[in-house]
Design a protein around this ligand. Sequence first.
Ligand SMILES: C[S@@+](CC[C@H](N)C(=O)[O-])C[C@H]1O[C@@H](n2cnc3c(N)ncnc32)[C@H](O)[C@@H]1O
Length: 262
Amino acid sequence: MRNEACVYLVGAGPGDPELLTLKAYRLLQEADVVVYDRLVSQAILDLIPAGTSRIFVGKASGNHHMNQEEINELLAGLARRARNVVRLKGGDPLIFGRGSEEALHLVRQGVRFEIVPGITAASACTTYAGIPLTHRGLAGSVRFIAGHCRGDQPLELNWKSLADPDTTLVIYMGLANLEEIQYQLITAGLSASTPVALIENGSTQQQRRLLARLDSLAATACAEQVVSPALVVIGRVVALAGELDWFAEMATDDYLDCSAQA
Ligand SMILES: C[S@@+](CC[C@H](N)C(=O)[O-])C[C@H]1O[C@@H](n2cnc3c(N)ncnc32)[C@H](O)[C@@H]1O
């Protein structure tokens, strides 16, 4: 860390502490204060030295402990008083993370900042669920989509352009709008039998992966009582999840027996 005050906007990844970057880990060891939100896992918080100040700023959808303006002010204020501030965010700070809003506030206040990328949920959760985002012959492109609008406004998405069978759709924050997403994509021409996955608590020991078809997406989430944080993946690549389910297999006794013998 530098001698002058700085706010480090750091991505914590989706939950597994081993997915932190070396830089994120080092900054956590050197911080005077860590400001974190709900998506940062306990396993990652456990890596912060005992003497470091921690400030929880909340931010579950619709249940903000502090609003964004207050968080912006808090970061700038801390930087003026403490030397090293780590603003720790789930996943990547710049993907549906409002890291750029915080950075804009800091730069306008004359506060130095750096940004450390993290592994975003779309990458980690699909990987841990055995779903490649692209695969030759199945998907040549990926779209990251916010499935929730500010103030619970109706989704304003270009459904025609999203209903592309060669594209994998990854929907963040979509749980409250699954019926709408399912209906709009099928109406726009995406096959009702397109495979979909719901990944809850991805990359953690609590990960749950549910597989379904597009026309049963909302019903599956409801029947299985899927809770946040959860990611929705829609596209032909999801069909590979059965064969590539390495993370679930790691937890079985068979696997542990094999690795013990190796
Ligand atoms: C406000 S966005 C933050 C995204 C974050 N900046 C990132 O890059 O992953 C929160 C949404 O990310 C997704 N998400 C984040 N972590 C997740 C996890 N461990 N498992 C499943 N979904 C996750 C969920 O859709 C959740 O509602």
